[in-house]
Design a protein around this ligand. Structure first.
Ligand SMILES: *[C@@H]1O[C@H](CO)[C@@H](O)[C@H](O)[C@H]1NC(C)=O
Ligand SMILES: *[C@@H]1O[C@H](CO)[C@@H](O)[C@H](O)[C@H]1NC(C)=O
Ligand SMILES: *[C@@H]1O[C@H](CO)[C@@H](O)[C@H](O)[C@H]1NC(C)=O
Ligand SMILES: *[C@@H]1O[C@H](CO)[C@@H](O)[C@H](O)[C@H]1NC(C)=O
Ligand SMILES: *[C@@H]1O[C@H](CO)[C@@H](O)[C@H](O)[C@H]1NC(C)=O
Ligand SMILES: *[C@@H]1O[C@H](CO)[C@@H](O)[C@H](O)[C@H]1NC(C)=O
Ligand SMILES: *[C@@H]1O[C@H](CO)[C@@H](O)[C@H](O)[C@H]1NC(C)=O
Ligand SMILES: *[C@@H]1O[C@H](CO)[C@@H](O)[C@H](O)[C@H]1NC(C)=O
Ligand SMILES: *[C@@H]1O[C@H](CO)[C@@H](O)[C@H](O)[C@H]1NC(C)=O
Ligand SMILES: *[C@@H]1O[C@H](CO)[C@@H](O)[C@H](O)[C@H]1NC(C)=O
Length: 569
C-alpha cells in the first residue's frame, strides 16, 4: 500500500494506560483552548518569514484560484484540479494558501504537485476550538517551464476526521501571475525524481524505508547546468530523529517509558546517479505545531513549518558522464546509524532508519547553445564520512538510571569533472542525556555545512553556501495514573548565507545572495488529565533576512499562547 495508513500520527501517539510511552506528538482537548476568543475572530497563527516583493502587474495581471477545498477525511484522498496557463506573458508565479480550521486536530503534512513533480511541502497549524487562520505566500517561479503548459494540480493533506479529531481544513490556494524584470534565470526543463503518479491523480512521493526512490531520465545534450532539489521529511518514529537513541540503547528504560526510538540522532539524505554518490544533505530538524509540546507553537509556528526547504545538490560535474543520450538513474536514500553495538566508529545504512521518511526530488536543467560532444567519463569523486558514537549508563541496584550518548559526524565530499566541481564539507555533533529513568531527556545538536560550486560550463551558477542549524531541547515527563504532564524548553536556530545563483533557489527561496538568521527560544508545558487538558507556552523569535537587495528584521514574543511583542529589530 502506498500510503502509510498504520502510521497515522493520531493512532500512534495515543496514550495507553498499559505503558506510558513518551508522547511527543500532542493535541489538546478543545474545552480549554482560548475561551476568550469569539468565533468571529479566528486566531492568526503565523510563521516568521520575509514577505515577498510587491508584484509588477503592468505586463501581466492575472489571479487564478487553483484550489478551494475542505480536507476532512482526506487520508489518501488528495485534491485534484486542472491548471491552464493564463494568456498574458508571465515569468513569475506566486501562490498564497489560506486555511481556516476549528476543533481538535493534529498538525498535518501537506504537499502540492504539478503533475509528477512536488513543488511545495508544507504543514498545518493545530487549531483551537474557536478557530484559527493561517496563510503563506510562496514564490514558485522556479517551475516556470511547468506553469507554461497545462498541469494537473494535486494537493495532498492526509487528515483524519472523526468524533475525536474534529478539525477539517478549509483551504484556498490562489496563484498570482506577473512579469518581473529582475533578470532571474529559469530552468528550461524540470524532471521528477518521483513515482510519477500524477496521471492517476495520486501524490508522487516515495516512502522510505520500503520504496526504491529511483527515477531514470535521458537528458538533452545541450545542458550546461543541472541541480537536484530534494524534499525529505521524517514522520512517525522518525519525526524527532534528532532525539533518537543509539539502537543498542533502545531498551534502557523499557520498564518506565518503553522502547526508545532508535538508530541514533543523525540522518543523512543521499543522492546517487547510476549508483555514484552525487551529494548529501544533513536535514534541518523541522518541528511541526504539535511537536514536543504544542504550547511552543501558538501563535508563532516553528522555523520553516509552513515551507519545508528543499535541499540542493549541484550535479553539473556529472554532465559529461550523463550527456550521452542514454537513460541514467537518480536515487534518493535516507540513512541512519548502525552503531555496531557500542562505542567507537559507526557506519551509515539505509537499513538503520525507522518508519518513515517522505522523499521526492527534481532535476532543474539549464540549456546552453551547443550539444555536448565530448567523452563520457564518470566524475572524480572523493568522500570521507566519519561517524563516532559513545554511550554510557548509570545503574543503581540493577536498575538503569541515566543514559548519556554522543554522536559526531564529518564528511567532505568532492565531485570534479571538466564541467566544474561540487565540494561539500559538513560537521555534526549531538550530545544526548536521559535522566530520571527516561522521564527527562536533553539533546544538544549542531549541524553545519558548506557547499562550493565552481562551474566552467555555466560560470554564472558558481556559488558558495554556508548554513548552521543548532538545536537544544529539554523535555520532562510525569505520569500519574492517566494524568500526563510535559515540561519542555528549547533553543534552536537557522543561519544560511549564500553568494547566490541567478535562478530562484528551492533552498534559499530567493535568487541572488542572501543572509538569513533566526532563533527561537521557548518554554512550554502540557498537562492532560481526565476532562482537563491544558497548554502553556512562551516563545521568543528573532528573524533577519537580507535578500533581493533589502533587509527584513522582526522580533516576536508570545506569552501564554498570545502575541505580546512585535517590533522590527
Ligand atoms: C469551513 O467551511 C464550512 C462550509 O463552508 C463552514 O461551515 C465552516 O464554518 C468552515 N470552518 C472554518 C473553521 O472556517
Ligand atoms: C531500483 O529501481 C531501479 C530502476 O527502476 C533499478 O535499476 C534498481 O535495481 C532498483 N533497486 C532496487 C534495490 O530494487
Ligand atoms: C539497562 O540498559 C541496557 C542497555 O540498554 C539493557 O540491555 C538492559 O536490559 C537494561 N536493564 C534493565 C533492567 O532494564
Ligand atoms: C536544447 O535542447 C532542447 C532539447 O533537445 C531543445 O528543445 C532546445 O531547443 C535546445 N536549446 C538550444 C539553445 O539549442
Ligand atoms: C563539438 O562541440 C564544439 C563546441 O560546441 C564544436 O566547436 C565542435 O565543432 C564539435 N565537434 C564535433 C565533432 O561536432
Ligand atoms: C539498593 O539496594 C540496597 C540493598 O538491597 C538497599 O539497601 C538500598 O536502599 C537500595 N537503594 C535504592 C536507591 O533503592
Ligand atoms: C489526576 O488529576 C486529577 C485532576 O487534577 C486529580 O484529581 C487526580 O487525583 C489525578 N490522578 C492521579 C492518579 O494522580
Ligand atoms: C536543559 O537543561 C540543562 C540542565 O538543566 C540546562 O543546562 C540547559 O540550559 C537546558 N537547555 C534548555 C534549552 O533549556
Ligand atoms: C469527563 O466528562 C464526561 C462528560 O462530561 C463525564 O461523563 C466523565 O465522568 C468525566 N470524567 C472525569 C474523570 O471527570
Ligand atoms: C494562561 O491564560 C489562561 C487564560 O487564557 C489563564 O487561565 C492561565 O492562568 C494563564 N496561565 C499562566 C501561566 O499565566
Amino acid at each position: 500500500m502506498r500510503f502509510p495508513w498504520v502510521f497515522t500520527t493520531a493512532l500512534l501517539w495515543q496514550l495507553t494506560d498499559a505503558q506510558h510511552a513518551r508522547p511527543r506528538k500532542l493535541v489538546e482537548s478543545p474545552s480549554t483552548l482560548h475561551p476568550a476568543l469569539s468565533p468571529a475572530e479566528p486566531l492568526e497563527v503565523l510563521q516568521l518569514y520575509k514577505p515577498l516583493p510587491v508584484f509588477d502587474l503592468t505586463k501581466c495581471d492575472v489571479q487564478q484560484t487553483l484550489m478551494e477545498h475542505t480536507f476532512a477525511s482526506s487520508y489518501g484522498v488528495p485534491f485534484v484540479g486542472s491548471y491552464t496557463p493564463p494568456e498574458c506573458d508571465f515569468n513569475s508565479v506566486v501562490i498564497e494558501w489560506t486555511v481556516t480550521v476549528a476543533g481538535r486536530q493534529f498538525d498535518r503534512l501537506a504537499e502540492m504537485y504539478l503533475g509528477d513533480i512536488e513543488v511545495w511541502r508544507t504543514s498545518t497549524a493545530e487549531p483551537t476550538a474557536s478557530g484559527i487562520v493561517f496563510r503563506y505566500q510562496k514564490d514558485l517561479s522556479m517551475y516556470l517551464s511547468l506553469w507554461k503548459t497545462p498541469q494537473d494540480v494535486i494537493f495532498s493533506l492526509n487528515n483524519v476526521f472523526d468524533s475525536t479529531y474534529t478539525g477539517a481544513f478549509n483551504t484556498t490556494l490562489i496563484a498570482t501571475f506577473s512579469y518581473e524584470s529582475t533578470g532571474q534565470a529559469h530552468a528550461d526543463l524540470v524532471l521528477p525524481i518521483s513515482p510519477k503518479l500524477g496521471a492517476s491523480g495520486a501524490p508522487s512521493i516515495f516512502t522510505l524505508p520500503g520504496d526504491n526512490a529511483t527515477a531514470e531520465h535521458i537528458l538533452p545534450l545541450n545542458v550546461t547546468h543541472a541541480s537536484v532539489s530534494i524534499a525529505a521529511t521524517g514522520q512517525s518514529n522518525e519525526e524527532f530523529w534528532y532525539t533518537n537513541a543509539l539502537q543498542s540503547d533502545i531498551d534502557t528504560f523499557d520498564s518506565t517509558v518503553g522502547t526508545l526510538p532508535g538508530y541514533g540522532p543523525f540522518r543523512e539524505v543521499q543522492l546517487f546517479i547510476d549508483g555514484l554518490l552525487a551529494g548529501v544533505a544533513w536535514p534541518f530538524p523541522t518541528i511541526f505545531t504539535g511537536g514536543i509540546a504544542p504550547g511552543f507553537w501558538r501563535p508563532i509556528v516553528g522555523i520553516d513549518a509552513y515551507d519545508l526547504r528543499d535541499y540542493e545538490i549541484d550535479i553539473t560535474p556529472f554532465l559529461p558522464y550523463i550527456l550521452d543520450g542514454k537513460p541514467h538513474s537518480f536515487t534518493v536514500k535516507v540513512v541512519g546509524i548502525d552503531d555496531n553495538g557500542g562505542n567507537g566508529a559507526a557506519t551509515l545504512s539505509e537499513d538503520s532508519i525507522n518508519s518513515y521518511w517522505l522523499v521526492s526530488g527534481k532535476l532543474f536543467l539549464f540549456y546552453g547553445s551547443e550539444p555536448y560532444n565530448g567523452t563520457h567519463e564518470a566524475p572524480v569523486i572523493s568522500t570521507s564520512p566519519l561517524i563516532q558514537t559513545s554511550s554510557s549508563r548509570t545503574v543503581l541496584n540493577g536498575t538503569n538510571q541515566t543514559l548519556s550518548y554522543d554522536v559526531a559526524a564529518k564528511r567532505i565530499h568532492t565531485v570534479k569533472s571538466s564541467f566544474g566541481s561540487w565540494i561539500q564539507s559538513l560537521d555534526y555533533t549531538n550530545a544526548g542525556y536521559l535522566g530520571q529513568r527516561g522521564l527527562f531527556q536533553q539533546n544538544d545538536q549542531k549541524t553545519s555545512g558548506n557547499a562550493a560550486t565552481v562551474l566552467k560550463s555555466a560560470p554564472s551558477f558558481s556559488n558558495t553556501l554556508d548554513y548552521i542549524y543548532p538545536i537544544a531541547v529539554n523535555t520532562t515527563y510525569t505520569f500519574s495514573g492517566s494524568n500526563t504532564t510535559i515540561d519542555a524548553s528549547l533553543d534552536r536556530g537557522m543561519k544560511i548565507s549564500s553568494s547566490g545563483r541567478p535562478d530562484l533557489s528551492t533552498y534559499t527561496l530567493v535568487s541572488g545572495p542572501m543572509d538569513l538568521s533566526t532563533r527561537q527560544i521557548g518554554q512550554a508545558s502540557y498537562s492532560n488529565k481526565p476532562n482537563n487538558s491544558y497548554s502553556f507556552g512562551n516563545m521568543d523569535q528573532a528573524f533577519s533576512e537580507r535578500s533581493r537587495g533589502t533587509t527584513y528584521s522582526r522580533h516576536l514574543k508570545s506569552r501564554n499562547l498570545t502575541l505580546v511583542y512585535d517590533e522590527p529589530l
